[in-house]
Design a protein around this ligand. Structure first.
Ligand code: MTE
Ligand code: MO
Length: 382
């Protein structure tokens, strides 16, 4: 009788050389979670950073992104089989797959923008998409963590080899950031011409020709100069209401406006340097005599958009009526817009109608810049 031969179960194919940087599943997952947290936090902070000293925020964001990129391969290799088999899907798979897809798309849009990519998809450029996807991904990864997170155990992190791999991966992420910049410079990729904030130059010193932008969608009606007044009030001894002529007369006259060369850097990804002209904010304040307790100056738009700066910095800022040789156009904030050197574009309030001296910071301004576009004035209905 022939003996039936029992076939031993075929062991899963092992790669002859395991990838040197593969981390244990839970270590990979928690590293991804920490990477996403770091990328979101630095990404959000970067939106309000514009001073050159703040370059490290952008560097940290880049390193967090590269860290995610390096980890993603291992994660994909592991979950691919589950995702590729619809029969094995459940609700948690959907969150997980969405989280993974959003991480991949966010990384792709970020890397592409950094490399100089210049496409726009449904009227948003790559940087806009990167920000939107990044916000979505933070929410999705949060949900995915709630649904699937497994605690790290001692045996996940123990072992010299595991520590070495982890260290090598972290070092690679840190080293890839300057390497990537050097390569861009050597190859003279368009990405190398960006500011440290990621923004690209647009129509500097060309008057009103540079792009216009809005934080949400402020679109007020053009302001009638005859009707327009600037109110200076709040913590001041002598509140004032000024006509356009009064404003120009605050300085050395319309033929001798104050000048400031300053760079507007929009979080939407462009920057433009202009010779702005108008009157220093300090001159308007002098007229109204700030009280000793005044600490912040809030600039308020006809739309309700408002932002404030510390008193000393505000005094040095400019209330611009002109760009170079041209009067400010409506889209750029006529008749009066703030020029706040070193601050990101969103702080440069357009269509100013009121300057208010404050004795305390104004947290409400964060809400105001998001809601102004929904006021009748912001929609141009009033
Ligand atoms: N009132 C008001 N001011 C505003 C904005 C806005 O939406 N409303 N957008 C800000 C943003 S996000 C930027 S980048 C600059 C853009 O100025 P620009 O249109 O002259 O380029 O204006 C800032 N001032
Ligand atoms: Mo902006």
């Amino acid at each position: 009788m022939r003996k039936r031969q029992r076939t031993a179960p075929v062991p899963p194919a092992q790669p002859a050389f395991p990838p040197p940087l593969r981390l244990r599943p839970r270590v990979t997952d928690w590293s991804l979670a920490v990477g996403v947290g770091a990328a979101s936090a630095t990404g959000l902070i970067s939106l309000i950073s514009g001073h050159t000293e703040q370059w490290s925020v952008f560097a940290a964001h880049g390193v967090a992104g590269l860290w995610l990129l390096l980890l993603l391969g291992g994660k994909l290799r592991r979950v691919w089989l589950r995702i590729a088999q619809p029969r094995r899907w459940d609700r948690r798979t959907v969150f997980g797959a969405l989280a993974l897809a959003s991480v991949a798309l966010t990384l792709l849009s970020g890397v592409w923008w950094v490399a100089g990519g210049d496409i726009s998809v449904v009227s948003f450029n790559l940087l806009n998409w990167h920000i939107a996807l990044g916000l979505a991904l933070t929410a999705l990864v949060g949900l995915h963590l709630l649904a699937r997170a497994k605690p790290l155990r001692g045996r996940d992190v123990r072992g010299r080899r595991q520590a070495l791999r982890f260290g090598a991966l972290a070092l690679s992420a840190v080293a890839l950031w300057p390497a990537q910049q050097a390569i861009q410079r050597v190859l003279a990729l368009p990405g190398a011409r960006r500011r440290f904030t990621g923004s690209r130059e647009a129509a500097s010193f060309a008057g009103n020709a540079f792009p216009t932008s809005s934080w949400v969608a402020d679109a007020p009606r053009p302001v009638d100069l005859e009707q327009w007044r600037l109110r200076v009030d709040g913590a001041v001894a002598a509140p004032a209401t000024l006509t356009h002529t009064d404003v120009l007369a605050l300085g050395d006259g319309p033929d001798n406006l104050d000048e400031l060369e300053a760079l507007l850097d929009c979080t939407g990804g462009f920057y433009s340097t202009q010779r702005w002209r108008g009157v220093r904010v300090g001159r308007a304040l002098q007229r109204a005599h700030p009280q000793p307790g005044a600490q912040y100056i809030s600039f308020i738009s006809v739309t309700g958009y408002r932002w404030s700066l510390p008193l000393g910095e505000a005094s040095q800022a400019l209330l611009a009526t002109h760009i170079g040789a041209e009067p400010l156009s409506h889209a750029h904030g006529a008749p009066l817009r703030l020029v706040a050197p070193g601050r990101r574009g969103f702080e440069w309030v357009k269509w100013i109608i009121r300057i208010e001296a404050l004795t305390e910071p104004d947290p409400g301004q964060i809400l105001a810049i998001h809601t102004s576009s929904f006021t009748p004035e912001g929609r141009g209905e009033k």
